[in-house]
Design a protein around this ligand. Sequence first.
Ligand code: AMP
Length: 226
Amino acid sequence: MSSKRIIIFVGLPGTGKGTLSNFCVSRLGWHQLSTGNLCRKHIADQTEIGKKIDFAIKSGKLVSDSIISEMVFDWLINSFESTEVVIFDGFPRTVAQANLLQDFLKNQIKGEPPVVSVVRLITPIEVVKARMINRIICGNKSCQAGYSIDKASGFCPKVDGVCDKCQSSLVKRPDDNDSSISVRLETYHNNETQLLKAFEQAGFGVMSLDANVPIETLFDELVQAL
Ligand code: AMP
């Protein structure tokens, strides 16, 4: 069996995919590929792609399947060979993306195909809404570490408004507002059932974890489940 692994995190926006990914990166040395972070970096760098996707991101809509898949496949072509385990944080989000990924892995990856697992993170809707309303992220687009302004969350920065990791200023995400949050939650609901079915049909193992628990507990449960 291939020693390379792709672990796909799926779940409502705000369910903790990014936070759990960061934990896996720092504790296990895994790699995180966040399509949301890549999109925000394109926008900050004012690339051609960034100009095309800016409006969709702000309004909470999905970016086109072809643009997103290209970003992921570019990364796979350039960096997968030197990576053992990569977390896909926020990709695939549609059945079309899942099919494109399956085709890519079958036809474009040299050697044994990687083992692909899907981890579905489950959190109540009221909890994810509150997390997104309270979320602030590092404005340095090469960092984008996430924090909360909720003092009880355990995710406040050490110094108000300043990133613990790179000392850049913290900012609110332009899509963490009521109307974009509603669009994002609805989009997720509309895609979830078909997406999970597509993963099962592709032979990717799907497991579900309760993500409404302390991050240490969630991390332990993930490691055990895998
Ligand atoms: P995230 O940081 O994962 O919440 O993603 C932020 C935004 O980036 C989403 O609301 C979409 O506009 C865009 N995006 C990220 N990943 C994808 C994807 N796989 N497909 C389409 N759009 C995406």
